[in-house]
Structure formats: C-alpha cells, structure tokens
Design a protein around this ligand. Sequence first.
Ligand code: SF4
Ligand code: SF4
Length: 366
Amino acid sequence: MQTRRLGRTNLDVSVISFGGTWISEIDTSDAIPVVRRAFDLGINYFDTARWDGDSETKIGYALKDVRDQCIIATKTGSRTKKESVEDLKNSIQLLQTDHVDIIQLHGIDDEKTLTKAISSDGALQTCKKAQKEKLTKFIGITGHKPQILAKAIKTGEFDTVLVPLNIVTRQAEEELLPTAKDLDVGVLAMKPLSAKTSNLITCTYQPSLSLVSDEPELKALLGQNNKQVIHSLLRYTLSKDIASAVIGLRSITEVETAASVGINYQDLTDIEKKRFNFKLETYCRDCGLCMPCPEKINIPAILRFHSFHSNYRLKNWARNLYTGLEIKPDKCTQCGICQQKCPYNLPIECMLQEAHKKLSFSETNK
Ligand code: SF4
Ligand code: SF4
C-alpha cells in the first residue's frame, strides 16, 4: 500500500483510508473481518466518529492487538467544551485505547458553527487540553464547505482537514487545497465515490447521487464495470494534492477493491487527464449561502445538476436527478434575495431559468 505524508503531522498514511460510517449498519461479526482485512491489506488510517453509531466499538475491537500500527481518527460533533469532553472520553473508551491520533471537529459547515466551536468555551479547547494530556496527538477539522474549512485552518489550530473531493465535487481544489498546502495542513478527501456534498442536495431519484451506478453516461466516463469506475474515481481523487482518500467500506470485497487502487496506484494517464478536464467557469460551489429561498427552491441542488449537465456533459443523469426535485425554478418570483447573498456573484435567477430549460424533459424533448 502506498503511503503519503499527512502534512505537518508527519504521519505516513495509506493513500486509501477506512471510513467507519457504514460498518455501524452491519452486524459486529461481519464488521470485524471487514476492518481487519483493511488492516491486512496495508490500510493504516481508520476514520470514525462519535456520531457514527457503534463504528468506534467495532474498530476498537478489530484493531485492539495492532493499535500501535494504526492511526485512529475520531470526531466530536459537540460544539461546547463541556459536551465534547464527554465525547472524547467515550470515544477513547469505545476504541479500547488510551489515546486517539487525531480528534476532529465534526461537520463544521458554516461560520456560526465554526465561531462557536473555536471560541473560549468551544470544543476546540477540549481538543487542545486533550493534546496536552496526550489523549490525542493532533487536532483536525471536517466539513462539506471548503471555504469555511479554509477559514478554519488559517487560524493555525488544525493539523488536518477532511473534505469531500471527487470528479464532480471539486470546490476543494480551488478553495482549500492551496491554503492547506501553504500551511502544511494534511488533507484527507472524503466521499470520493459520491456526488452528494451536503444535506442541501436531496433527491427522490434513485440511484441517488452515487457515482458508482448503472447510469450509462457515468459508465461511459468512468468505466464499464463497478471495479473500473471505482478505480477511476479513486485515482482522480488521489491525483490531487491530498494525503489519503477516506472511503466508507462495509464488505471485504469493497475493501479489496479500494485497497487495490492504493497498492498499485498510478497517476492518471494523459488521456484520462484530458477526459476528466472539465471546464468550470460560472458554476455553483454549493456553499448554501443563498438559502433559504422563500419559495423553497433548492438553488444549490438545481445549479449543481445544471453543472453536471453542462460542465460535465452528464446530461441524462442530470435530467433524471432534476426530475426528482419537487420544486422547480418556475416557482421563482425573482425577488432577488438569493443573488444578493451569493459570494460568487452568480446571476442565480438567470442560471435557474437556464437550468429549468435544459433539465426539464418537456423542454428538452421538444
Ligand atoms: S429570486 Fe427566486 S430563487 Fe432566488 S430567493 Fe427569490 S424566489 Fe428564490
Ligand atoms: S448559488 Fe452562490 S450562494 Fe448559492 S450555493 Fe451556489 S455558490 Fe453558493
């Protein structure tokens, strides 16, 4: 398994990491061999969270006898000092260890939450105290909004950052990776296989926003079977300036497929670089700052689907996703509220109308 340096932590992390979210949904007797197979294949970074059901318990049990060969990162979703102390205490106990390697502030997705978490009464203070007491070696932060995370790491308080990054979720490349590089903050990429970047995007259309699907356009872009698709997606993410791709894994087959990318990692070929080099000019970054819309129009979702259609040329997939949205831009009253709030000065009203024209089956079928 290839490894990379995780920024200023100087930890050598496997380029493929184990995300613990999904093992909370399977039986312990099935979960333990999954975690263990990951370790046996050279994965040494295990990411879990206090919010992830009993994932910490399963990871702790599976790795107990090899704890010193693993890097274990967990998260606290509590924002105050008092609550996060309890979180960390419970995490360490459930993980059957005497310390974690990284404690991360979980899901910091807006300025208000960031301000609270790093205040004198915030969860960051718990992390700093824990570091002094050797209950954690490093402090990290996670979230879905690269511009918020960039602001957070500029405080100098965080050694690592966990952010979504995949072939159609590339905001971090523009808004976070250069800052992280300058500050030598270790970057971990989550959701390398899913276009869902925040809870702002929900859609009734199945198979939802997974990039590993039977959608012919995704297959044409990424590969004809699931293994090829996963390889393309992980290699894309690993071709960026990051230390490791964190993938939620729940079966031995999934572990073996993901690990094989890290064992035989090869950079993108020139042909792939060309194929994946989509032009992004005027596009929505999914920051969510234009919300809420008084007419309940899901602006970021519609504009993201429009981007899938126009920038990524995933036309049918985008139209299917759009069809799953309940409220369409024809309900827009052109009140102008959203446009005033967009930090990227996007002409949202026009973009929504354009999206509606391109993504409505009735229009496109004319
Ligand atoms: S201009 Fe349209 S989309 Fe924007 S906030 Fe007003 S109603 Fe919603
Ligand atoms: S339209 Fe602008 S404000 Fe709204 S989510 Fe996109 S980038 Fe952010």
